[in-house]
Ligand binder design. Structure first.
Ligand SMILES: NC(=O)c1ccc[n+]([C@@H]2O[C@H](COP(=O)([O-])OP(=O)(O)OC[C@H]3O[C@@H](n4cnc5c(N)ncnc54)[C@H](OP(=O)(O)O)[C@@H]3O)[C@@H](O)[C@H]2O)c1
Length: 294
């Protein structure tokens, strides 16, 4: 397939591009800089210059492809509302272009929109009020609805820590806080759970979704389904040679700031349906192994 990939220059996108090329697909990646375009050429992809706001570029990239994978997102956390709006408009532009084509469209969502159910979330569960990632559910629902317009759309809900030994998503943010505060903390008994996903397992999941996800499916990008938060805090403390300590819920906001709702969420995430339906077998190292650099 000729695949148009947004976010192709990013941490996850660059792994997805390599995975696609390795599997025999052609890739055209969205690049908003010369550096990004050069990086894409270096790994055997073409580059389409433009940003998420260039909807004509998104439309032409989608029109000329056999399928689209959408990973671009402003992950700086400087303007989350703006990033969400840009995402919605980009999905609209790509979706309108693909409507009626039957082509695959794989978009990026988050597991953190379904938390604190008292059981592992399944792919059938929709965004829950009070969940810290709920703001991304509108984009997910918009993409899923494209199935009714003959787009083979799917949403990959990524765990908060997509990781390798260099970067670990939200766990990297936790490590920065631990360095600043001189302690790696967890709240209460730290028994709440986070899922996690290795970057290379993520890349395989996106390729498999492109190739065979059913129209309108939600997929769980969770290689590990439920890691006790305390284990993550302990690994960070061990790696940074810092003490590890429990803090009270009242002290959490002062310690973790805007990350607090994520730190205290319980986000166990079943991957059973996704693994079975796509024949996906996550096989890469665990989050704790990558934090420890093992
Ligand atoms: N990493 C994780 O642990 C994690 C966890 C959960 C969800 N996610 C989600 O996964 C997706 C990819 O994350 P990532 O970790 O790969 O992020 P990343 O390394 O920050 O990459 C973001 C990608 O989006 C591109 N981008 C950002 N704003 C853009 C804009 N306005 N126009 C065009 N391109 C733009 C970036 O281009 P440049 O190279 O030019 O900057 C880059 O290719 C995001 O939706 C993110 O929220 C990631």
């Amino acid at each position: 397939m000729r695949v148009f990939v947004t976010g192709a220059t990013g941490f996850i996108g660059s792994a997805v591009v390599k995975e696609l090329i390795h599997a025999g697909h052609e890739v055209v990646g969205l690049a908003r800089s010369d550096k990004g375009a050069a990086a894409l050429h270096a790994i055997g992809a073409e580059a389409l210059r433009g940003s998420l706001g260039d909807h004509d570029r998104l439309r032409s990239g989608a029109a000329e492809a056999d399928g689209v994978i959408h990973l671009a997102f402003d992950n700086t956390f400087m303007d989350v509302a703006g990033a969400i709006t840009d995402d919605l408009h980009a999905i609209e532009a790509i979706g309108d272009t693909l409507a009626g084509s039957g082509k695959p469209f794989v978009m990026t969502s988050v597991t953190t929109m379904v938390t604190s159910l008292g059981r592992p979330a399944t792919e059938d569960d929709q965004g829950q009020d009070g969940s810290p990632g709920l703001s991304r559910s509108t984009a997910e629902n918009m993409a899923i609805a494209l199935a009714e317009r003959n787009v083979r759309s799917s949403a990959v809900r990524l765990a908060p820590c997509v990781h390798d030994t260099i970067s670990q998503g939200f766990a990297t943010l936790l490590a920065e806080i631990a360095r600043q505060k001189g302690v790696s903390a967890y709240v209460g008994d730290g028994a709440n759970h986070w899922p996690a996903l290795h970057r290379l397992d993520a890349a395989k999941l996106y390729r498999l979704a492109l190739e065979s996800a059913p129209a309108g499916s939600r997929l769980h990008g969770a290689g590990e389904e439920a890691i006790p938060f305390r284990n993550i805090a302990e690994a960070i403390g061990q790696h940074l040679n810092l003490p590890v300590s429990s803090i009270s819920p009242e002290a959490a906001e002062d310690h973790f700031g805007w990350l607090t709702p994520f730190v205290i969420m319980d986000n166990p995430t079943s991957n059973a349906w996704t693994r079975k339906r796509l024949i996906w077998e996550p096989a890469e190292p665990t989050l704790v192994a990558d934090i420890l650099g093992q």
